[in-house]
Design a protein around this ligand. Structure first.
Ligand code: P61
Length: 464
């Protein structure tokens, strides 16, 4: 086998490691105690007590030597920093949006956008809003409505683009609510709440056409735009010979703007932006940005953060990187599937999602099966994931409880951090927990806030 053949048939980490960070081993007894001290909430664990941390892929990646080099040569000027212009150029090269408004992370872009355009009585449709987006839409007084296709809610359905928006439901929503009360249509790529599933170019184009027809702005929540581009390249006819950057450009060409957390496909530890074409909206957003984030040429980031993002956006679009990234997630998914562990299929772009409704079918949704299984992974193997289920999404704006459509444990992979042997270990822990599933019970919420409660709620295993 020559090197070219090897490169296309074998997927290895496309980097070597020049700086390492130790991880700490603990015993099961220690972890039981640590979990109880943390109110059975993995968000409240100390990171030093976690062996493999898959809580999130947000801001947890390893930066490249190229990014660190950019960081050293940043410009920390308050106004007109060269680092801002490098970021602006990078974003414009990929998205072609006229205005780039830097923010410290994704939710700050959401805050500025929804405070500016949404209000009481409005409805914001999306395939599925992620929790911070939903919270900001609701904070503005508007309703966040999820219109993902039915296949997107069926963990075992292998539709290649389960993040697609249901176009008929979108049209119905516009008819029912009226264009005046829809300030923006959003689409989240990839669909984080629904298994990290991609949205097809065809669907993005169709949503854009509907938005244009009704004169409603269309924005992309672009956190994982590069991973989405890779899925389009590998799954959608006509894109196999295109480069990820060309695909990304086409995706953005259908939209009027985007919100972005650069902590994901910006390959950075912090950062984000809001981008758009409308001069009028950009002016309003910049005025609010000055109030909440900072001057429009830094917006809550240091110059060095902007450098890291400007470089990271292109690294995220590198083909070798994307091939490895998506394959490493599928590698874990394949191992689990072979062992019979129910997961969301096909595996997503940034995470493997375990189907806890199925794994713990004896635990009712409002006893939080995904929370329970996630805690079991920590107890057994020091692995930390996150519940995407009824703790995260069950509380309704009026205060009532409604089970989420899926009960998932998301194991999100930090970018360029863990190696294949870490993944092999993970598979062992998960399979071990799966084998003990009948002994796992539910949880109740002992105390917690009304909004984004999963971050700080204290929980109790039932029976305590
Ligand atoms: C995540 F446990 N995601 O997936 P910010 N849109 C989308 C996101 O995925 C997203 C944001 C906007 C996180 C971080 C996170 O309950 C949680 O830069 C599709 O985090 O502000 C963030 O971007 C917001 C983890 C967020 C959580 C909320 O892990």
């Amino acid at each position: 086998m020559d090197l070219e053949e090897f490169r296309t048939n074998t997927i290895i980490e496309p980097f070597r490691i020049r700086s390492v960070e130790a991880i700490r081993f603990t015993t099961m007894d220690e972890r039981k105690e640590l979990l109880a001290e943390a109110g059975y909430n993995p968000f409240l664990l100390k990171a030093k007590d976690v062996l493999i941390d898959l809580l999130t892929d947000s801001g947890t990646g390893a930066m490249s030597s190229g990014q660190w080099a950019g960081i050293i040569s940043s410009d920390e000027s308050y106004a007109g920093s060269s680092s801002f212009y490098r970021l602006e150029n990078a974003v414009q090269e990929i998205t072609a949006f006229k205005h780039v408004i830097p923010t410290h992370q994704g939710r700050a872009a959401e805050n500025i956008l929804f405070t500016t355009i949404a209000g009481k009585g409005d409805v914001v449709p999306s395939n599925t809003h992620f929790d911070t987006t939903r919270a900001h839409v609701e904070h503005s007084g508007a309703e966040a409505r999820d219109l993902v296709i039915e296949e997107g809610k069926q963990p075992r359905n292998t539709h290649p683009f389960k993040g697609n928006m249901d176009l008929a439901k979108l049209e119905q929503t516009i008819e029912e609510v009226g264009t005046d009360r829809i300030p923006v249509i959003m689409i989240t790529v990839t669909n984080n709440s629904g298994g990290g599933q991609p949205v097809s170019m065809e669907n993005i184009r169709a949503v854009s056409e509907i938005a244009k027809k009704h004169d409603i702005p269309f924005f992309i929540d672009a956190c994982r735009f590069a991973e989405n581009a890779w899925f389009i390249k590998t799954r959608e006819d006509g894109y196999e010979d295109k480069e990820p950057i060309e695909i990304a450009r086409e995706m953005f060409s259908y939209a009027d703007g985007c919100t972005m957390s650069a902590k994901k496909d910006g390959m950075s530890n912090i950062g984000g932006f809001l981008a758009m074409n409308s001069d009028e909206l950009a002016e309003k957003c910049r005025n609010l940005e000055i109030l909440t984030e900072g001057f429009p040429t830094y917006g809550g980031m240091a110059g060095y953060d902007m450098e890291a993002v400007a470089i990271g956006l292109f690294e995220a679009l590198n083909e070798d990187y994307l091939r490895y990234r998506i394959r490493s997630i599928a590698y874990l998914g394949d191992k689990l599937s072979r062992a019979g562990v129910p997961i969301v299929k096909p595996t997503g772009g940034h995470a493997v999602y375990l189907d806890a409704k199925e794994i713990l079918s004896h635990v009712p949704p409002l006893e939080y099966p995904a929370w329970s299984f996630n805690n079991a992974l920590y107890r057994l193997g020091g692995v930390r994931g996150v519940e995407i289920g009824s703790v995260m999404f069950g509380k309704q704006p009026g205060g009532s409880e409604k089970p989420a459509s899926m009960e998932l444990v998301r194991l999100a992979f930090p970018r360029r951090v863990y190696t294949q042997s870490h993944v092999d270990y993970l598979a062992e822990v998960i399979i071990n927990a799966y084998e003990q599933r009948e002994q796992l019970g539910g949880y109740k919420i002992a105390s917690g806030p009304d909004v984004l409660r999963h971050f700080s709620a204290r929980m109790l295993p039932l029976g305590h």
